[in-house]
Design a protein. Structure first.
Ligand SMILES: C[S@@+](CC[C@H](N)C(=O)[O-])C[C@H]1O[C@@H](n2cnc3c(N)ncnc32)[C@H](O)[C@@H]1O
Length: 247
């Protein structure tokens, strides 16, 4: 199946209950992702006037960034027209959304101060090309991906789940850094996040499942605090970086 159809079908969820649950999941994710974008921009001393998100999905991250007044002008592009329809339907003030071909964003070189690629590069066949496109559009690029080149994520059930949601790349930190370097970007700040209990326990039903999720979140966070690098090799953490174009 081609990429556009895959995501259009994913965003045209027929089951309203499932769609509602997915919406809550996206809202939870958006808050955490926005925390990361804001933290990295602060660390780089970057105050954007124009920010673009490539692969914005239904716009939940841009909505969160708009609510926090991260930039006066925000734009989102996505491969999926269905996602863009949902994003526009949210009526977010000061945010524009457009579908595009997934390769070239219809905007001039340097049209933005910051380009964000959040949980997109693991979905694309040529992540280096999309990252170079982000670097063409803005001198600062924020990238966030799950680091899935680890022992836990290599288990067949985890790989199958990742494939179901469209992951076709499985990065570790050095692979993301190498992609940045290949796109002419120098990494200036980075962070990892083992994800809070709310993420681990989302969708867990029943006391036992919720308790298991809470223990898992606690153990992972403790392991990550002791040794972030060892944690990355053992289980999935989210990695985000702020990179500056060398040109
Ligand atoms: C997991 S969602 C992330 C949405 C949003 N960035 C966020 O963090 O909540 C991945 C998105 O990437 C989009 N996508 C996949 N391939 C793409 C491409 N080549 N260019 C732009 N978007 C793409 C999908 O349509 C989907 O909306």
């Amino acid at each position: 199946m081609d990429q556009t159809r895959f995501y259009d079908e994913a965003y045209s969820e027929a089951d309203p209950a499932a769609a509602r649950g997915y919406g809550e999941w996206r809202a939870l994710g958006a808050r955490t992702k926005a925390d990361h974008v804001v933290a990295l921009l602060e660390r780089g001393g970057v105050r954007p006037r124009r920010l673009v998100e490539i692969g914005c999905g239904t716009g939940s991250l841009l909505g969160e960034l708009a609510a926090r007044a991260v930039a006066p002008a925000l734009e989102g592009f996505d491969l999926s027209p269905a996602a863009i329809d949902i994003a526009r339907g949210q009526g977010l003030t000061g945010v524009r959304f457009r579908a595009f071909d997934g390769g070239r964003v219809p905007a001039e070189d340097g049209a933005y101060d910051v380009a964000v690629l959040s949980h997109v590069l693991e979905h694309v066949p040529d992540p280096g090309a999309l990252l170079a496109e982000a670097a063409r559009l803005a001198s600062w690029v924020v990238v966030e991906v799950p680091l899935e080149d680890n022992r836990s994520a290599a288990r067949p059930a985890k790989r199958a789940e990742a494939a179901r949601i469209g992951h076709i790349q499985f990065f570790d930190r050095s692979a993301v850094r190498a992609l940045c370097a290949g796109a002419g970007l120098a990494v200036r700040a980075e962070l990892t996040d083992p994800l809070a209990r709310a993420h681990q326990s989302f969708g867990a039903t029943g006391t036992r499942a919720r308790a298991r999720a809470a223990v898992k979140a606690g153990v992972r966070r403790a392991a990550w605090r002791v040794s972030p690098r060892a944690a990355e090799r053992a289980f999935t953490v989210h990695y985000a970086c702020l990179a500056r174009s060398r040109s």
